[in-house]
Design a protein. Sequence first.
Length: 480
Amino acid sequence: MDSLPEDAGAGPLALAVLSGFRREFHASLTARAGELFELADAVLCSGGPVRNLAALSLVPGHRRGHGALYDAVNCGRIEIARLRRSLAGLPLPRAADGRLMLAVDVSNWLRPGAATSPGRLFCHVYGRGKGQAQMIPGWPYSVVAALEPGRTSWTAVLDAVRLGPGDDEAQVTAAQVREVITRLIEAGHWREGDPPILVIFDAGYDPMRLAHQLTDLPVEILGRLRSDRVLHFPVPPRQPGTNGRPPRHGREFALADPATWPDPAVTTTTQTTRYGTAAARAWDRLHPRLTHRSAWISHDGPLPVIEGTLIRLQVDHLPGDRHPKPVWLWCSLTGAPPADVDRCWQAFLRRFDLEHTFRLYKQVLGWTAPKIRDPAAADRWTWIVIACYAQLRLARPLAADLRLPWERPAPPGRLTPARVRRDFRNIRATLPCLAGAPKPGKPGPGRPPGSKNRRPAPRHDVGKTTKRDRTLKAQRERAG
């Protein structure tokens, strides 16, 4: 399925798709369905950024009190598997060649003072200025989203998984991407003969390991590498009469040492309006030298040789940086022509559109605003926010440009998510009301004033990622 058209004739179709998704979303709410559905509408119809949950009970259209709101977040139930299938069945954006592009990244819900919240990890957070990174306790979420081809603040979020202290991030990410790809294939977004789905990762992931784990899927892996990595070329043909064990790795290619760089297989130059001249150089069939350590400690049999295309991208300038450092990319595609090399680095630039989605989630939709104790309730609220954003994306052809006096008019089809949200209350008036009428009730007595809390909540230390053996020797010593 292609992305929704932006012309005026797409209005009835967009309204039908939006109504269908709202019915599926309501059907996936299996407990406190009425309140959870009204809570999502309150997030969409609120006049400003969501600062706390209680204020959402005052939004017009929300017919229940703040007590029911907190009860639904803490005790409601959502059929996550059905909601995931609904998101995969929606129209998705595609690149110019019809290819699906997916981006994977981690966003943190910081909870530094929540000593009674279990499952927290030390999350890596960038501070202001260079070298100001911090480690703050919180809940990290791995998010997968489909990207649009041009510069935009829109993405199509397809999945979110909270990482725990005992999780291997690479294994969780590989399983998450596998499930997303499987759902997209079942929904008909990829068929035999279509170009492979491009999955993009930023620094912090191991694209070679992910390419090996997802080798049976119709995907291409594109990831950013650290500038201190060392890769290897293929082994050159052996000379006749050579004895001994054949080598498995060719000459070294040190990203930090230009003396080890041979002439590139592909060189391209592109003039851009935002970055100046973008010069890309690519070397074919480079692979890392793997050892039975760390992530590959439990691998049975010979270690694989994972080959791909290495790309070095250098631009003239970045916003706020007149002397940018080069970016190193690795793609699982081999034998890439110049057109594919340009397609890879241009697709990587689209990965940063996911940062706009995270910013909207946190600053406008209030994803990290509630002070929730239970991580299961945090997961429930996360999926409500994802469903709200999906409705905003489906309402793009229906929304009017309700701009503020000091804002410029937006071109047709170029409304930002925040501007679509301004008009959603008018769009909601044309949609059927699926939430049931609230039942009359009265608040409970609560704890008597002056009495002590005799059941204090247990306190949890911040969990660290489970320490794993990095060598076979350490594994044998631990096993005795």
